[in-house]
Design a protein around this ligand. Structure first.
Ligand code: PEP
Length: 260
């Protein structure tokens, strides 16, 4: 199997002012060292209002933490009041953009069609999407988890070339596990991540599937990260609540790469 460097991403959602964000990144940079960055890639995803401050800090101190965004609008510019374009993000050295997070799908009505447009826009500007897919509790109980997740992948990757697909990170995030303190068992998470990789293999070939990073997200903490990351098809974590605190997030990043 291809070796894949784990990606541990902190999704801060609508938390942290730009001043809080600077403080967290400073502490994180202090806690993590070259051995950590060697074995895992770490990204932070502040609010739009904090991106510039965090970018300035990362650049000035040459901190090898990747800058990420939580969302994007799929147009370069124009009359889209309140939206932020991929051009603006790329100019801030944003490397990863979360696309299709379940909170946006559920609370803000994002459809797979919109997610597909965002995915294409992010790729078109040289950044990597972190594409979130996952099932509701009802879907899991009805035994339709795989059908839901693979259906989302099919729709969200519509028209994406193999060259572009190679830059996509896929985050399997069961919706019932996000922000609830309930985590998928390592076996259940592994089963879905394996199915995700198999789908990439069918759509784009086994070589690309072997290179694609598949994250797990949903109430990841320092207590459960190592067991999750020890699964063969899980290559990192998308962390919400537990990434807000630098010390907890640094522990997750460290424990997350010790499993490989
Ligand atoms: C998320 O925001 O993607 C997430 C997984 O949140 P939490 O870790 O809080 O469940």
């Amino acid at each position: 199997m291809a070796s894949r460097k784990p990606l541990i991403s902190g999704n801060w959602k609508m938390n942290h002012t730009h001043l809080d964000a600077i403080a967290v990144v400073q502490k994180l940079a202090y806690s993590l060292g070259p051995a950590d960055y060697e074995r895992a890639e770490v990204s932070v995803h502040p609010s739009f209002t904090a991106l510039r401050s965090v970018q300035t800090l990362l650049d000035a101190d040459e901190v090898p933490i990747a800058l990420g965004a939580q969302n994007v609008y799929p147009a370069d510019s124009g009359a889209y009041t309140g939206e932020v374009s991929p051009v603006m993000l790329a100019k801030l050295n944003v490397r990863y953009v979360i696309v299709g997070h379940s909170e946006r799908r559920q609370l803000l009505g994002e459809t797979d069609g919109m997610v597909n447009q965002k995915l294409v826009a992010v790729l078109g500007h040289g950044m990597s999407p972190i594409l979130c897919v996952g099932e509701t509790l009802e879907e899991r109980e009805a035994g339709t988890t795989e059908a839901k997740v693979l259906g989302q992948l099919k729709a969200d990757f519509e028209g994406v070339s193999p060259e572009a697909a190679a830059k996509v990170v896929i985050a399997y995030e069961p919706i019932w596990a996000i922000g609830t303190g309930r985590t998928a068992s390592p076996d259940d998470a592994q089963a879905v991540c394996k199915a995700v990789r198999a789908w990439v293999g069918e759509a784009y070939g086994s070589e690309l599937a072997g290179r694609t990073r598949v994250q797990y997200g949903g109430s990841v903490t320092p207590d459960n990260v190592a067991e999750l990351m020890a699964q063969p098809d899980i290559d990192g974590a998308l962390v919400g609540g537990a990434s807000l605190d630098a010390e907890r997030f640094a522990r997750i990043a460290r424990l997350g790469h010790q499993a490989d």
